[in-house]
Design a protein around this ligand. Structure first.
Ligand code: GLN
Ligand code: ZN
Length: 763
């Protein structure tokens, strides 16, 4: 039996890559210095795996920004608006594609970004033109292989497979389907494989996670064709086919017959598929299986007893030398190393495993199976004990919370009156103009703001000073918003590190790591809370600062909450009860907060749910069940509000077409969405559905430092006015502004208000 993983975290143990990239972007370090940081990270990762005894170590799993963007560069799939950027500086071209570029010579927008399957990782969406050409452009995959070879490690290069690559992208013109490009794309893959083969590559990992989706016949045939072509050309190359995040589903029979060396199975998401495979007459006894037993998505320890049972079942039919022990997916989605954590309660810590521990688990499982002398029995006993005491622990199980959830009634999820009536009441209560302007919540988190929070947390800044600083920041933000003429203000979220962490830190049932960072997009990392137990609220979470901000102005200040689905979705959640139950527990805490905000004089409350869509199961037949409980959880939190209290929600990175009916069922008075990057394309779903409530389609792409011009904003809003009743339109950025700097934020928001005022005059 051999061991492997699908990919390693790549941001560096202490987020070295994040820091280096940001320094490079701001001109503080040069390319050579940035490359040095990258080299160090890659080498550390490889050597660590080698030392632990992982048999097949991946390469090309490193990325400066995103693996799909890497693939675009590898395949020369570069949108034409970037053509004027010097091709001799690959890295700058790469970052321009990721982030957009604006200087005295050039002004190009970034490529779109969207969620990677059902994770909280974002990838850059490939763009395809009708006469799209490809070329073997960036040699990163070859260079990384050679780099590892320099350390005497023969790696398994990882490459996003052709069909998944095409399906992840988007046609930028009409008149073709992106799968039509397969014929042109395959020769480039051949070139890549040729070069890798010449270097002696034995295994190549093709990431083909689109196999976890419902594929139509065309798509399935494209996959069959791809592997047939590749295996004919490269009969000696061992293809390790990696599907993850769900089972093969209706693609199983096709997958089983593909001419590949190894099929990888995500046995964490889908443990039952192994039975189907073992029974299938389509299983070719030459095909090796990679058992993804160690959870690459969550931070709980493995259950060795269960893993060994699975292996026993498999080895009854398949010889051991045809099996790999592996992680369910890339470890990109978990933090580096639990050993860095000094402050996690040891009772909880024994239940946790980060990437380093997961690598050790992979090895331990192999040893438990292979070592006949039973030298590793102690590992088995230790693991068994930890899993048993988890199931009984008093810090996890709270009977009061369980019974409140069990007693929820349908009326707990409904506002008092229907939207039309609430809208009337809110109109007189809030007195807003046509095209009301607002922002999504956060304002720039300057170095100072971040350092105050950090110093305060470390005990180096007295609470009194910290609170005074935050209060001053809020005062400045309120007066800025009043000055430029925004209508519904926000306090700015300066006290918050992260929209989920802030809430998790104040609720029972969560624990926090100090170094548990995972990549969200580019250099942005998040430190997901670990939701280990029943959730309840100790005291109000946000009332103090919202109330303070409101005391400074006559204009309404929005109270700012994170919704239950998003808190669930962006945390590492328990694997010992259904997600729906956990979500309702969170919803009840948010509901209590809504009531408290309202009682303290807040008239507008935003409950952010950017993660609703990404929670969708990958397969359609499971969607409705999820949407039902997710929408209901949102409504549990919102429905305690009085009619005149305006409930906003906010969502980003979403396609809405197929879930618009459920978004409407959430019945938020106002929804703000991200639309600027797609030039309002995402709004169509709302327009076609005749979405009944108010909408703020984002008119300012906050992911880029570019300042949108007045005419750009106006064009976007005009597009929106053509498809929505203008009485329903709000004017706002795409998302929160915490990652931006003040100068560009100020210019952009001034433009935004100017356009709203102009449109008001014209109507
Ligand atoms: N209120 C949050 C903010 O402005 C919303 C962020 C989000 O949706 N991702 O930062
Ligand atoms: Zn957002």
């Amino acid at each position: 039996m051999k061991t492997t993983i699908l990919g390693h975290p790549r941001i560096g143990k202490n987020r070295e890559l994040k820091k280096a990239c940001e320094h490079y972007w701001s001109g503080k370090i040069n390319e050579a210095e940035l490359q040095n940081v990258a080299t160090k990270i890659k080498q550390e990762n490889w050597l660590n795996q080698q030392q632990l005894g992982i048999d097949s170590i991946p390469s090309n799993d490193f990325s400066f920004y995103d693996q799909v963007l890497d693939t675009c560069l590898t395949l020369g799939c570069i949108p034409s608006r970037f053509k004027s950027i010097e091709k001799n500086n690959l890295l700058n071209l790469y970052f321009a594609m990721a982030r957009g570029l604006q200087n005295e010579h050039i002004d190009v927008t970034a490529m779109e970004m969207t969620k990677w399957f059902d994770t909280n990782y974002h990838y850059i969406v490939p763009e395809f033109e009708k006469d799209q050409d490809f070329s073997f452009f960036s040699k990163k995959i070859v260079e990384e292989y050679k780099e590892a070879l320099g350390l005497s490690i023969k790696t398994k290069p990882v490459l996003i497979a052709p069909v998944t690559f095409l399906l992840l992208g988007k046609e930028k013109e009409t008149g073709f389907h992106r799968l039509d490009l397969l014929e042109k794309l395959l020769p480039i893959y051949f070139e890549i494989l040729e070069e890798l083969s010449n270097l002696g590559v034995e295994y190549i990992q093709f990431d083909e996670p689109c196999l976890a989706l419902d594929l139509n016949k065309n798509e399935q045939e494209a996959i069959q064709y791809t592997y047939k072509s590749i295996s004919e050309k490269f009969p000696n190359l061992k293809i390790y086919l990696a599907n993850y995040f769900d089972c093969y589903g209706n693609n199983l029979n096709i997958a089983l017959q593909l001419p590949v060396h190894t099929l990888h199975l995500d046995l964490v998401r889908c443990s039952l598929q192994i039975d189907d495979i073992l029974q299938s007459e389509n299983y070719n006894s030459e095909t090796h299986l990679s058992l993804g037993l160690v959870d690459g998505r969550n931070i709980w320890i493995n259950n060795y007893e269960n893993s060994l049972k699975t292996i026993e079942k498999v080895t009854a039919k398949i010889p051991k030398d045809k099996l790999w022990i592996s992680t369910s997916c890339s470890l990109l989605h978990v933090p580096y190393d639990l050993n860095l954590e000094q402050n996690i309660n040891p009772e909880i810590k024994q239940w946790l495993a980060f990437a380093q521990q997961k690598l050790e688990e992979v090895i331990a499982i192999k040893n438990l199976v292979s070592n006949e002398a039973n030298d590793y029995a102690y590992l088995f006993e230790e693991n068994k004990l930890a899993n048993i005491n988890k199931s009984k622990s008093k810090i996890i199980h709270n009977p009061e919370v369980k019974s409140r959830v069990a007693n929820l009634k349908p009326e707990d999820s409904e506002r008092n009156s229907p939207f039309a009536l609430r809208q009337e009441k809110q109109k007189s209560h809030l007195n807003l103009p046509l095209f009301p302007t607002t922002t999504i919540g956060s304002f720039p988190q300057t170095k100072e703001v971040r350092s105050w929070r950090l110093q305060h947390k470390k005990g180096l800044l007295p609470t009194e000073t910290y609170q005074k600083n935050i209060a001053e920041e809020i005062e400045a933000s309120i007066s800025f918003q009043e000055d430029i003429g925004l209508d519904v203000l926000v306090h700015g979220e300066f006290e918050r590190n992260d929209m989920v962490e802030y809430f998790g830190e104040r609720l029972n049932g969560f624990v926090f790591s100090n170094f548990g960072w995972v990549q969200s997009y580019g250099s942005r990392c998040v430190k997901p809370p670990i939701l280990f137990g029943d959730v309840s609220r100790k005291e109000p979470l946000t009332v103090k600062w919202s109330q303070y901000a409101q005391s400074l102005t006559q204009l309404p200040v929005k109270g700012m909450l994170t919704g239950p689905v998003t808190i669930l979705q962006w945390s590492f959640v328990r694997n010992d009860q259904p997600r729906a139950t956990t979500c309702n527990q969170i919803a009840l805490s948010i509901r209590d907060e809504v009531a408290d905000l309202e009682n303290s004089g807040i008239k507008v409350i935003q409950i952010d749910e950017p993660a609703i869509r990404e929670g969708l199961p990958l397969r359609k037949n499971e969607w409705q069940n999820y949407l039902n409980w997710a929408v209901n959880a949102f409504k549990i939190s919102a429905s305690v509000a009085k009619d005149e209290t305006q409930i906003h929600t906010h969502m980003c990175y979403s396609e809405f077409n197929d879930i618009i009916a459920d978004i409407a069922k959430m019945d938020a008075d106002v929804i703000t969405i991200e639309t600027s990057r797609s030039e309002m394309e995402l709004l169509d779903a709302f327009a076609n559905f005749k979405y009944p409530n108010e909408i703020g389609p984002g008119v300012y792409d906050i992911h880029s430092p570019r300042v949108p011009s007045i005419s750009e904003i106006e064009t976007l809003l005009q597009k929106a006015s053509q498809v929505l009743p203008k009485e329903h339109i709000w004017v706002n950025p795409d998302c929160g502004l915490k990652t931006r700097h003040w100068p560009e934020t100020k210019s952009a928001l001034k433009n935004l208000v100017l356009v709203a005022k102009k449109l008001r005059q014209e109507t």
